[in-house]
Design a protein around this ligand. Structure first.
Ligand code: S3P
Length: 163
């Protein structure tokens, strides 16, 4: 069994991933953590400012490749994994992709006090990125779960009951 959680920044991939892993007794992997390990940087912010987004995307592809044969796993992706087709090709092999669909309005609320996401600093750019990526998330999704106004528990239950 393998679930790949996709969706924009602030959609809840990490929280839902942890809850799912807990319920299903599976290991959860956070792609951003593996990328940080590869880079030797302490934070995504530091990585973006010192190495740049292009390098981040290269490491993101490498991490996806490293994960391709892994099973019995919940993978929490970064919001930008849909920007390189190869990433989901690697991740999806014998796994189910779940799109956590959240409105931009709700994401803005959730990330109001967050300064850890370089691509959310400029709201207008983030909004454009959000719109651009929606159809990509949808295209890759085996299941779409709406998260606005729902608790982690409810979303986790919804995912489990639909699988
Ligand atoms: C990114 C999302 C982030 C992180 C990086 C780039 C993106 O992950 O991978 O800042 O391009 O949307 P989260 O979706 O976990 O915030």
């Amino acid at each position: 069994m393998k679930f790949i959680l996709i969706g924009f920044m602030g959609a809840g991939k990490t929280s839902i991933g942890k809850a799912l892993a807990n319920k299903l007794k599976l290991k959860m992997i956070e792609m951003d953590d593996l990328i940080l390990k590869k880079s030797g940087r302490k934070s995504i912010e530091e990585l973006f400012s010192k190495d740049g987004e292009r390098q981040f995307r290269e490491w993101e592809i490498e991490v996806a490749k490293d994960l391709q044969d892994r099973n019995n796993l919940i993978i929490s992706t970064g919001g930008g994994v849909v920007m390189n087709r190869i990433i989901l090709d690697y991740l999806r092999s014998n796994g189910k992709t779940i799109f956590l669909k959240t409105s931009f309005f709700e994401i803005e609320k959730r990330l109001k006090n967050d300064s850890s996401r370089p691509l959310f600093k400029d709201k207008n750019k983030a909004r454009k990125l959000f719109s651009f990526r929606q159809s990509l998330y949808k295209e890759y999704a085996d299941l779409i779960v709406f998260t606005d106004g729902k608790s982690v528990k409810k979303i986790t239950y919804e995912i489990i009951s639909k699988n």
